[in-house]
Design a protein around this ligand. Structure first.
Ligand code: KG4
Ligand code: ZN
Length: 338
């Protein structure tokens, strides 16, 4: 069964064709980073407008690359939240119109469910049940995935998401948007032990909190490294050391909490997904932890960590197979718990 996936939840327009929920025939992502960069973050109105311009060309390219025509599609899966409502509306309206005109089923996929199912697009994927850590710009959550459609949230962030912390720290260091990749690369040249930033372990809980860490970085920058105009200076590699120390604090918490969840739930399979799963240190430390604790770790390739439509099609396949389809009255939602 070949399904077209569509994701327009945030600032990337993406379309993909996936066969049987596992075999990726194409996965096209049109990034809007260049549009939003100069504002230091995503401007929702500009994002929706760009989605309107890009949706057809991106779908067209996804079909071409997969070597199939619209008439050969057996279903469409669209992300219906959570996300920016104006952006979500573009994808869902488009998907509904196409399903109606072709007479094929429509599946509504939660963006987080998509991130969880991105691991099934890789050669080796977890058996059920498994633990899923989703770390993105909007979410940091741990789930117990019992089987398709049965998910239990074990913990979530009480304030900032991990990716949001990266983006905010990057902004205050004057490093631009998005912050994850730039801090990741600076961190590789810095000393992670240079500054002792706080780690919020929240005893007894699998919840997360990153806003204290962000404030600690802000206080450090204000105290030690601003010039007379209040801009960050980088006289002797402080930016590298701050990046490395900040990143170490984020990764320490994410890995430690995952270990707690493994022990508490007695599950020895863990998947890691979402934009922050592209982080080099997090990937490495999770794998080391897995080896030490004899736990299988599943991390998708970089392109499947950040937002993409293949993951939506992978999850959508299961919706369609279990006849859990959406009607033409489908309305996306900005807030949509998994
Ligand atoms: O999953 P995603 O593409 O979009 C959301 O659903 O939010 O995640 C985007 C987030 C951004 O906050 C970005 O800074 C972060 O993922 N990110 C990274 C890296 N690459 C992207 N964070 C840390 N290290 C990276 N290499
Ligand atoms: Zn995402």
């Amino acid at each position: 069964m070949r399904i077209l996936g569509i994701d327009t939840s945030c600032d990337d327009t993406s379309a993909a064709v996936v066969e049987d929920g596992r075999r990726m025939l194409s996965n096209i992502v049109s990034s809007q980073t260049a549009i939003h960069k100069k504002y230091g973050g995503i401007v929702p109105e500009l994002a929706s407008r760009r989605h309107v311009e890009m949706i057809w060309p991106v779908v067209d390219e996804a079909l071409k690359e997969a070597g199939i025509r619209l008439d050969n599609l057996e279903g469409i899966a669209v992300c219906n939240g959570p996300g920016l409502i104006g952006s979500l509306l573009v994808g869902s309206s488009f998907a509904k119109a196409l399903c109606y005109s072709k007479g094929i089923p429509l599946a509504a996929v939660n963006h987080l469910e998509g991130h969880v199912f991105s691991v099934f697009l890789e050669e080796t994927s977890p058996g059920f049940p498994f633990l899923a850590l989703i770390v993105s710009g909007g979410h940091t959550s741990l789930y117990r995935i019992e089987e398709f459609g049965r998910y239990r949230e074990l913990g979530r962030t009480r304030d900032d998401a991990a990716g949001e912390a990266y983006d905010k720290v990057s902004k205050l260091l004057g490093l631009g948007y998005p912050g994850g990749p730039v801090i990741d690369s600076l961190a590789q040249k810095g000393n992670p032990q240079a500054i002792e930033f706080p780690r919020a372990y929240l005893p007894e809980s699998l919840d997360f909190s990153f806003s204290g860490l962000k404030t600690a970085v802000l206080n450090y920058v204000k105290k030690f490294m601003t010039d007379r105009e209040g801009r960050p200076t980088n006289e002797s590699g402080e930016l590298q050391d701050i990046s490395a120390s900040f990143q170490r604090a984020v990764v320490d918490v994410l890995v430690r909490k995952t270990e707690w969840a493994i022990r508490r739930e007695g599950i020895r399979r863990v998947s890691l997904s979402g934009g922050v799963a592209a982080n080099s240190e997090l990937r490495k430390r999770m794998r080391i932890m897995g080896e030490k604790r004899e736990v299988e770790i599943f991390i998708p390739s970089l392109a499947l960590c950040t937002d993409n439509a293949a993951m939506i099609a992978a999850a959508g396949y299961h919706h369609i197979m279990s006849l859990d389809t959406a009607g033409l009255d489908l309305n996306p939602k900005a807030y949509l718990p998994l």
